[in-house]
Design a protein around this ligand. Structure first.
Ligand SMILES: *[C@@H]1O[C@H](CO)[C@@H](O)[C@H](O)[C@H]1NC(C)=O
Ligand SMILES: *[C@@H]1O[C@H](CO)[C@@H](O)[C@H](O)[C@H]1NC(C)=O
Length: 405
């Protein structure tokens, strides 16, 4: 009985062990499979990580090479800017040197010789003729004033285009100020005074005058409430317009004018009108006279030509001119905008001469003037300097004393 029982027990045990064993091995397999899966997942992730690292490294590399590229472009740009600045400073230096040279060599411009004797004779004959006819010109008042110095500069405003003109009506008692911006337009602005011109808020308001036709250049003047100007798209037509109502009063053609800009540095101005103590003038350049300046006295009422003088002042490198008591003063500069100088003058009375007069310098500032107007009452020049409206005070002396200096 106990033997049978033992056998049964053993059998049982065997069966149990067997079943445990077979259960254990299937669990192992499961675990191994699981671990295997996990391992391969981890490997996969590791792989991905590696790829990501590689691509990140690639990206970093790309970025850094891009940055390097930018940096080299930047350094190229920087050296370009530096070289441009160098060239600008070379140019400034050159202008400075030219000026220094000029300042040290005053008066060194007497050695302009006219080669052909014939031409010289002709000019002499013309001068004699002029002298004779000049004597017949009635000088309206005793005017013996000459420019001795351009004293100070005042910048009063910045308005309008690069080119333009502004001035005060030179009529006695008038305070009106006019501004004509640009080289071609038909709209003129009128202000009650210099004060209201410089005020930011214009009180009383600006008067806007529409002209019957466009102007050309920057050579306009106002005299006694009339605007005198070069009509656009004509070579040499001068109009006179009443500024009270903008109506055309008169017009004339200036013989021989309009074929050359008056001043080579202001290529859009062909006729430059001017007012001085003696009245209304036009300045132009004559190609048949070597491009030299010619001045014409006009009757301000009828626009009739009173007389014309050929001057020895050249238009080359000139930027403007003005008249004081019948003497033309021509202002020269360089193409780059340097320091303006009066280097040539022409006196219709023949009492002062260019070769005896010193070169006169404008106050030290690098400029280029598109217009310069003298005001006989104020003894001031109203100038347009690259979009800035400026005033120069001038000092005058008597022409009979200048020669003794
Ligand atoms: C003419 O001048 C007026 C006023 O200064 C300005 O508003 C206008 O744009 C100018 N016209 C042209 C064609 O320049
Ligand atoms: C313009 O004003 C002037 C002077 O006041 C006058 O003589 C002229 O008749 C006026 N013209 C017109 C068209 O109103």
């Amino acid at each position: 009985m106990s033997g049978r029982l033992l056998l049964v027990l053993l059998l049982c045990l065997c069966v149990t062990v067997d079943s445990v064993q077979s259960q254990g091995s299937s669990q192992d397999a499961f675990i191994i499979q699981y671990l295997d899966r996990r391992l391969s997942q981890m490997e996969e992730r590791l792989n991905q990580c590696e790829q990501k690292t590689v691509s990140a490294t690639q990206k970093t590399y790309d970025l850094s090479s891009e940055i390097r590229g930018y940096l080299s472009t930047l350094s190229v740009l920087r050296s370009e800017v530096r070289s441009q600045m160098d060239s600008v400073s070379v140019r400034v230096d050159r202008v400075e040197r030219e000026l220094e040279y000029l300042e040290n060599n005053i008066p060194a411009q007497t050695d302009i010789e006219i080669e052909e004797a014939l031409l010289e004779q002709q000019i002499k004959a013309a001068e004699v003729d002029q002298l004779q006819r000049k004597a017949t010109i009635q000088v309206e008042n005793d005017c013996r004033m000459v420019l001795s110095q351009i004293k100070s500069l005042k910048i009063v405003k910045k308005a309008g285009d690069t080119y333009g003109t502004w001035f005060k009506d030179p009529t006695k008692g008038s305070t009106k100020v006019y501004m004509l911006s640009g080289i071609r337009n038909n709209t003129l602005l009128e202000y009650a005074s210099v004060h209201s011109f410089t005020e930011r808020t214009t009180t009383p308001p600006v008067k806007v005058v529409e002209l019957p036709s466009y102007w050309q250049g920057t050579g306009q003047v106002v005299y006694n409430g009339f605007l005198y100007y070069h009509k656009a798209d004509t070579p040499n037509q001068i109009l006179k317009v009443d500024l009270l109502n903008g109506t055309l009063v008169d017009s004339t053609l200036l013989p021989g004018a309009g074929r050359l800009p008056v001043y080579s540095l202001n290529p859009n101005t062909y006729l430059n009108l001017a007012v001085d103590e003696l009245g209304l003038w036009v300045i132009h350049a004559d190609p048949e006279y070597g491009g030299n300046l010619v001045i014409t006295k006009l009757d301000k009422a009828s626009l009739a030509v009173e007389y014309t003088w050929d001057t020895q002042c050249r238009s080359q490198d000139a930027e403007g001119a003005f008249l004081i008591c019948g003497t033309l003063y021509v202002v020269y500069n360089t193409r780059y905008g340097g320091r303006s100088t009066v280097q040539c003058l022409y006196d219709i009375h023949d009492t002062i001469h260019s070769d005896e007069s010193p070169v006169m310098f404008f106050p030290k500032r690098y400029t280029s003037h598109s217009s310069i107007h003298y005001h006989p009452g104020d003894k001031q020049l109203y100038a347009w300097d690259d979009g800035y409206q400026t005033i120069y005070k001038v000092e005058t002396g008597r022409s009979d004393q200048v020669l003794e200096e």
